[in-house]
Design a binder for this molecule. Structure first.
Ligand code: CUA
Length: 344
């Protein structure tokens, strides 16, 4: 019977080969697709993300070595079955390979991971501009409070200075969300009734994508934000510009948009500093035209996108509380879109 079993394996190596190829592909796949770009934790642009990527590579390296050893042993066991195995060797293999080896490898990886903790848990300095991000269904309320007063609010966008460790305070308005900028750092939960704190330390300039990493309802997957990393002088100039009230509408279409914004009741939910609009339910729109995206990362920021949003926002973001303005004439929607897009 032993001889029959051995021959059957020898004649049909396809399942074994298939398994080996599948495992190899599963190990290699993360490196061949989806690992570049502004959303990738393996394309780090922040000190914490660099450490996390380093840990990831060490763990994958360890996994590959262990996998190769296990596969070599499996192939050896299939091809060579001694009629009378040496019990001492078998016991040694079980104790050594099954207990001692994993304990040594996992302890090594644990120690390597733990020595990174103090750096990763560094919350940044207490002084400086206080940045608070609040997760809401399904957008991000962002507040900057510079030490000399005159704080301001925006939405779905953070700007940070390169090379500085910046603390971020995290809150949630309704349900649990999680704040994650893969290229900059690990994720931190945003829990109602609690303030969590983390820090970001970007190492290069650019625009990086943040996402919500905790299922928070119907449009969880449509809750993104941008982190724009600037050199310090540009960052200071951006802060100064954001502190300014909204600029007045330019041209008759935008002016009509501003009137409509008030008469249609938009100002009950949105603030536009420098006008009578002081609503706090929805995003502050004072400088909405200067942001990188619309609708928390789901549309570009231009007049056609504003029009799409006003007409059909429930298609882009199911479950959103804001009503659609499909019922007003297109000319009025265009005026609103022109006014909002001009708020830079
Ligand atoms: Cu917010 Cu998922």
């Amino acid at each position: 019977m032993k001889g029959v079993a051995r021959r059957r394996v020898g004649r049909n190596p396809l399942p074994l080969q298939g398994c080996l190829w599948l495992c190899a592909w599963l190990l290699v796949a993360p490196f061949t697709s989806g690992c570049g770009g502004e959303r990738s934790a393996l394309n780090p642009a922040g000190r914490d993300a660099e450490k996390i990527a380093e840990l990831f590579y060490w763990m994958v390296g360890g996994a590959v070595v262990v996998w190769l050893i296990v596969m070599a042993l499996a192939i050896y066991a299939i091809r060579h079955r001694p009629a009378d195995p040496d019990r001492r060797k078998v016991r040694l293999l079980i104790v050594g390979g099954g207990t001692v080896f994993p304990t040594v490898v996992l302890t090594g990886l644990l120690a390597f991971g733990l020595q990174m903790m103090p750096d990763l848990l560094d919350d940044g300095p207490e002084d400086g501009t206080r940045i608070t991000v609040t997760g809401e269904q399904w957008w991000w309320r962002v507040r900057y409070d510079p030490p000399d007063g005159d704080g301001f609010e925006l939405a779905n966008e953070l700007r940070l200075p390169r090379g500085e460790r910046v603390p971020i305070w995290l809150r949630a308005a309704d349900v649990i969300h999680a704040f994650w900028v893969p290229a900059l750092a690990g994720k931190t939960d945003m829990i109602p009734g609690r303030v969590n704190r983390m820090a970001l330390e970007p190492t290069r300039t650019g625009t990086f994508r943040g996402i919500c990493a905790e299922y928070c309802g119907l449009s969880h997957a449509k809750m993104e934000f941008s982190v724009v990393v600037l050199e310090r002088p540009e960052y200071d100039a951006w802060i100064a510009a954001q502190r300014q009230p909204a600029r007045p509408p330019t041209g008759p279409v935008a002016a009509r948009g501003q009137t409509l914004f008030s008469s249609l009741g938009c100002s009950a939910c949105h603030t536009i500093r420098g006008t009578g609009a002081t609503g706090v339910l929805g995003p502050d729109l004072t400088h909405v035209g200067s942001r990188t995206t619309l609708g928390a990362g789901i549309l570009p920021n231009d007049i056609p996108a504003f029009l799409k949003w006003l007409t059909d926002l429930h298609r882009f973001k199911p479950g959103v509380k804001m009503p659609s303005f499909e019922m007003i004439p297109e000319e009025e929607r265009l005026a609103l879109a022109t006014y909002l897009e001009g708020l830079e």
